[in-house]
Design a binder for this molecule. Structure first.
Ligand code: GDP
Ligand code: IMO
Ligand code: MG
Length: 429
């Protein structure tokens, strides 16, 4: 029995969806434990591309239970739309495949309105996805949130609306100069969502712990990435949840002693969407080449992703913070055309060499990368099925990454499809 966590080791979009889809084969239950529909996890199956924002990436496998844990924030309309889209494509034919925790917090219209208004008026923008994620977590911590269990009880929902909405409308109207929201309209719309969602509501912690007792394997699907963590990321240019390992226990109700493996997903280079420091970012033609070769456009907002070389300083930080036991290195194929490839091995800060990731975003902003250069392999690797199929220069590049961050690769991805995957070792074994 093994319970394995998948965590983004960079700034998100590392290919978590693809890896979770592949690892679902080994697990009985797949769990999202933090974040919301700021996530966009892409699955490519045959000619079909499916982007999931809320539902765990194991959902394409019939019989595998998918759970949205208490730590997630859920937009009911997006959630129901996602189910509808999956059912239309022939997936999720059995409703009992999906469980939504009753304690999770609901993203309400004011959360989205405030998120957008803050970004519009801010001098220093975060570049959020505008999905209401930050304001929903603010209200959760501020003890004025609406949980799924509140939404399904009309009297409780009505009382909470009456308590909360006047304050939100005051802020929207008088501070941001935006239109106020209508209580009756929200009550009617969200009550209707509640009725449709009720059949999925359950308890994440009980479902998972029962499965553990029965000897099942669990797969935890992180959203965003380590450097977007509210505590450990490049604050304030972060998301509002615990994207690192700690989020697993609080967001699912599973104890730390049940976690056996922590797999960090990283691209063979680096990207970031939104604002914030990114020392190895490429502002030249090379950055543009990576964006094109890797189709680096956001799966949620469609924004072009900022691209740069692999940053070993940042990845070492992610390995340490999460206690990563293995790495899944994705998008190696994107580098195939290049004559030479760089890896950022250290930073230079005010003329001094530093090898530890700065904890202060203002310092990180001033860091410039120190690179080591490696030869490219100049051949297509999209059909490689084993390490032996990779050119020597590609193997040497991977070995260098593993050495620099002191973590072994367990999976190499050479294309978006399921079959474009080299499984070096099985983290569930
Ligand atoms: P996630 O948020 O971590 O799940 O990642 P996204 O889905 O936002 O972004 C990853 C993108 O890269 C998706 O479009 C995937 O289909 C694609 N992808 C994943 N692995 C590979 C790979 O090894 N090679 C290439 N070329 N694309 C990949
Ligand atoms: P997945 O799971 C990449 C970024 C946003 C912004 C910051 C805060 O697909 O890897 P938020 O809306 O969360 O308040 O925005 O976080 N961000 C992501 N970047 N991948 C994601 O998810 C992200 N989710 C949020 O771009 O910089
Ligand atoms: Mg994504």
């Amino acid at each position: 029995m093994a319970n394995v966590v998948i965590i983004g080791a960079q700034w998100g979009d590392e290919g978590k969806g693809k890896v979770v889809d592949i690892y679902t084969e080994h697990a009985q239950q797949v769990v999202r434990y933090q974040g919301g529909n700021n996530a966009g996890h892409t699955l490519v199956v045959g000619n079909e591309t499916i982007v999931l924002h809320l539902i765990p990436s194991g959902i394409l496998h019939p019989g595998k239970r998918c759970i949205i844990g208490n730590g997630v924030v859920l937009d009911p309309k997006i959630f129901l739309g996602e189910i509808e889209g999956l059912k239309k494509r022939g997936y999720m034919q059995d409703d009992s495949q999906l469980v939504v925790d009753s304690n999770l917090h609901v993203i309400m219209p004011w959360h989205k309105a405030i998120d957008l208004a803050r970004e519009k008026h801010a001098d220093r923008k975060i570049g959020t996805t505008g999905r209401g994620i930050g304001p929903t977590y603010e209200d959760k911590v501020g003890r004025r949130g609406i949980r799924m269990s509140d939404l399904v009880k009309p009297q409780v929902f009505r009382r909470k609306l009456k308590e909360i909405l006047p304050e939100k409308n005051f802020l929207l109207e008088n501070f941001f100069g935006e239109a106020p929201l209508d209580e009756e309209q929200i009550f009617a719309e969200y009550s209707s969502y509640a009725q449709q969602i009720e059949k999925y509501i359950g308890c994440c912690s009980r479902s998972l712990n029962k499965a553990i007792e029965e000897g099942a394997n669990l797969l935890f699907e992180g959203a965003q990435g380590t450097l977007l963590d509210i505590d450990h990321g490049t604050y304030p240019y972060v998301t509002s949840s615990s994207t690192c390992i700690g989020g697993v226990c609080t967001g699912s109700g599973v104890a730390a002693r049940h976690i056996n493996g922590v797999i960090g997903i990283t691209k063979a280079y680096c990207t970031r969407v939104g604002e914030g420091p990114f020392p190895s970012e490429l502002h030249d033609e090379m950055g543009e080449n990576l964006r094109k070769a890797g189709s680096e456009f956001g799966a949620t907002t469609g924004r072009p992703r900022r691209c740069g070389w692999f940053d070993a300083v940042a990845l070492r930080e992610a390995v340490r913070l999460n206690g990563m036991t293995g790495l899944a290195i994705t998008k190696l194929d994107v580098l195939s055309e290049l004559d030479s490839i760089k890896i950022c091995t250290a930073y230079s800060y005010k003329g001094e060499l530093i090898e530890d990731f700065p904890r202060d975003a203002d310092i990180l902003q001033e860091c410039t990368p120190v690179y080591e250069e490696f030869p490219g392999w100049g051949s297509d690797i999209c059909e490689a099925k084993s390490m032996a199929d990779l050119p020597d220069a590609a193997k040497a590049y991977l070995a260098k990454l593993e050495e620099l961050v002191n973590c072994p690769a367990v999976l190499i991805s050479v294309g978006p499809r399921r079959d474009q995957t080299i499984q070096v070792s099985n983290p569930f074994a």
